[in-house]
Design a protein around this ligand. Structure first.
Ligand SMILES: NC(=O)c1ccc[n+]([C@@H]2O[C@H](COP(=O)([O-])OP(=O)(O)OC[C@H]3O[C@@H](n4cnc5c(N)ncnc54)[C@H](OP(=O)(O)O)[C@@H]3O)[C@@H](O)[C@H]2O)c1
Length: 399
């Protein structure tokens, strides 16, 4: 049916590639292109021989002309951006120049400022509309499935949603003293930033990790969780009409936070370049090199994740609460695709988002966040492709 160009060959891309190959009716052909071609070739070698035809390419996705040349050669229907958020705009520029649809899982962030916002990508709305192509922003789990869950809750269970709490719990244990579950640089930039949540029409800022709650997660148990800023808060605040408050919480163990505090205190998480023996290095990029590669955690990680949204609002004049979540088992993911659950829960929705576009189930020109589309076919896709969702009509609420 279609062709996808997958940019990046890291933890998340590996899962998306596996899932595209499980779905050859939709993904007849894929090209895996990344900075380090050997990683693309390794994926091809692992998955070649099925009905999905795989090719690979070396690509510097910071270079618009290189991306355009590859798109012109491969002629995909959609580009799935699974490189880093720094490459979002160059890849969007290349999609515009070639009139090819675009999907990503993380919003643009400039390399030299730890500040992610949709304004840069939303500025492309008119251009994408005029070009007659779709940019689907944030088709991972969070952002991604959390937006689909919100749209689904609003469509089927509420007249108005007033409160959303997004809860992201990882009860996985990889046995290392300290490791991040996805790209360490992006992950540490996210959690060492100030917290922020949306309330009564504006964002309220907190110190990093200032707000802590304890929640008893289904199938996981009681965990400490901390309020963070997360990019879907920005789009949901705009797209869920009548919303009064949205918060995002992520679980961290005390051990993880102690290590992070020490690294932060000694300057290892800084994004400011320093001079080391005559060479300029960025401490957090150096730290990334010495930390375990997230892709290597798969075989060691045991336990489950639980990510979902708790909604409170009004249906037929009455107050109502509703909890939608997915539980994912690290070892089951590893058995299926050779990756842990964090990459899995992102890589599967990236495939489903691209499938929505190739199959034209989602078909409107412009730049859209995921909650702006009909959630139903995506929710079906989650059940079919490995991330079944569960619901509760009487959830414990977060204080
Ligand atoms: N929405 C969600 O739920 C969610 C959750 C987790 C992650 N994410 C996002 O998913 C993306 C991928 O994460 P990951 O954990 O897979 O990261 P990763 O393992 O570090 O993989 C990133 C890949 O991008 C490649 N790359 C980096 N810069 C490039 C460039 N200039 N040109 C071409 N390729 C380049 C890397 O190449 P090398 O191999 O040469 O380094 C690597 O293959 C990130 O944007 C992350 O923020 C989203």
């Amino acid at each position: 049916m279609g062709k996808a160009l997958i940019i990046g060959a890291g933890g998340v891309a590996s899962v998306t590639v596996h899932k595209c190959c499980q779905n050859p009716d939709v993904f007849e052909e894929i090209c895996i292109a990344s900075r380090t071609k050997s990683k693309c070739d390794a994926l091809k070698e692992k998955l070649d021989g099925g009905r999905t035809k795989i090719s690979t390419a070396q690509l510097d996705a910071d270079n618009v002309d290189e991306i355009i040349a590859l798109i012109n050669e491969f002629k995909p229907d959609v580009v799935i951006n699974l490189a880093l958020p720094y490459q979002d705009l160059t890849i969007m520029d290349a999609c515009l120049a070639t009139k090819v649809h675009y999907v990503d899982t993380a919003n643009y962030e400039p390399l030299d400022t730890a500040k992610f916002e949709y304004k840069w990508q939303w500025a492309y709305r008119e251009k994408f509309k005029e070009a007659g192509i779709t940019a689907l922003l944030g088709s991972g789990f969070d952002p991604g499935v959390t937006g689909v869950f919100s749209a689904y809750a609003l469509k089927h269970h509420f007249d108005e949603i007033h409160y959303i709490d997004i809860l992201d719990a990882n009860a996985g244990d990889h046995g290392h003293h300290f490791a991040t579950n996805f790209n360490p640089e992006i992950n540490i930039r996210e959690i060492t930033s100030k917290g922020r949540y949306f309330e009564d029409g504006k964002f309220v800022e907190t110190e990093p990790m200032e707000i802590k709650r304890v929640y008893n997660f289904p199938e996981i148990g009681e965990k400490d969780m901390y309020l963070l800023y997360h990019e879907e808060l920005e789009s949901l605040a705009v797209n869920i009409k009548g919303i009064k408050r949205i918060r995002f919480f992520m679980t961290f163990s005390e051990k993880y936070l102690t290590h992070l505090k020490v690294l932060e205190n000694v300057g290892m998480t800084s994004i400011e370049p320093i001079n080391f023996e005559g060479k300029e290095i960025v401490p957090i990029q150096f730290l990334k090199v010495i930390l375990p590669d997230p892709a290597s955690l798969g075989p060691r990680t045991k336990g489950k994740t639980n990510i979902g949204c708790i909604f409170k609002g009004i249906k037929d004049g009455k107050e109502k609460t509703y909890y939608l979540y997915n539980v994912c088992d690290h070892q089951e993911c590893y058995k299926e695709v050779g990756s842990q659950a964090i990459s899995y829960t992102t890589g599967v929705p990236a495939m489903i988002g691209a499938m929505m576009i190739i199959t034209k189930k989602w078909n409107k020109a412009g730049v859209y966040n995921i909650e702006e589309f009909d959630p139903d076919p995506f929710m079906e896709g989650l059940n079919k492709w490995g991330l079944p969702w569960k619901e509760s009509f009487n959830p414990d609420m977060v204080e």
